[in-house]
Design a protein around this ligand. Sequence first.
Ligand code: ZN
Ligand code: ZN
Length: 346
Amino acid sequence: MSIRETICPLCGEPSDGDLCGRCRAGRTRWMEVSPRAECVTCPTCGSRKVGAVWQDSPVPREELARELALRAVRLSPEAREAEFSVSLWEKSPNRTIATVRVQAKLFGVPVEDEARVEIIWRGETCDRCSRISGGYFEGVVQVRADGRPLSPREREVAARIASEVEERLQEGGARLSFISRMTEEEGLDIVVGENAMGEEIAREIRGALGGRYTVHPKLTGEKDGKRIYRITYSVRLPGLQKGDIIEAGGEYLEVRETGKRQLKVFHLGTGGMTGIPHDTPYRLVGNVREAVPALIAYTEAGVAGILDPVTFATREVRLPGWVKAAAGSRIRVVPDRAADRLIIVG
Ligand SMILES: [Zn+2]
Ligand SMILES: [Zn+2]
């Protein structure tokens, strides 16, 4: 082995062959950068356009700027152990200047360099926001109750389910599953941007509140040879709700379940559970949620003297066998205004 072969021909430093590491590193373009990066975001919801596709972007602008700056930098494969640092300067609302500093090892020699990337922020209304602002919708979930208005609780539960379904579908990547609007007139109308979502909402409301739903598609036009339907999901909640106190055939009953085939009721007189058909004639008295405590003044031979919680007059009420009550204790009652009676519910 000659001396010539062990020194670098450029600098004369010892080398294990051709150029030494330092000279090779000096002659290698190891870092390249695209000086401009553009990012399109929706000013309304912050979604980001990647190529032609909009995506929900949970990343804040600063983090996005770092990501874009790093993506603008390319290193040659010889660069090892690269470490990056990015500093940002908000030049204007639609310009961020990122300085990317890179330290690496090239042929065993430490090298460093820095580059500037100008990030251009462009605002564009996304597919979803333009649909929402244009009033676009595909279907309506109409929530109604049989023979009565919706209760405030039913409205609340139905609206909450709709919002939860929207959130869940969007988190799962279904961007266009949005609620266009909710209106309350005869009942609750949930206007949805996508039909699959309407079906899901209708099914979940029925699951939570009982009743049934039917689907009514209506042809509204054609687009690219495909038929376009607006679909109404008609959710019918049962006329009776859980906890309702009814009077049927002279008996007081508490509705425990509004199942598909029959009503499960608790017999407030005997304390037994029984099932009755949905079409049983009844008179609605109230609901156990409206029950108020009342003081038992005395008991005598299966009859209790109860202090009316409204009038404070003492009323005599037959004590059902399933109720344990003693003078001085309290009991829960629902007043039957029409019959001028107090109904003991527990
Ligand atoms: Zn050299
Ligand atoms: Zn948007």
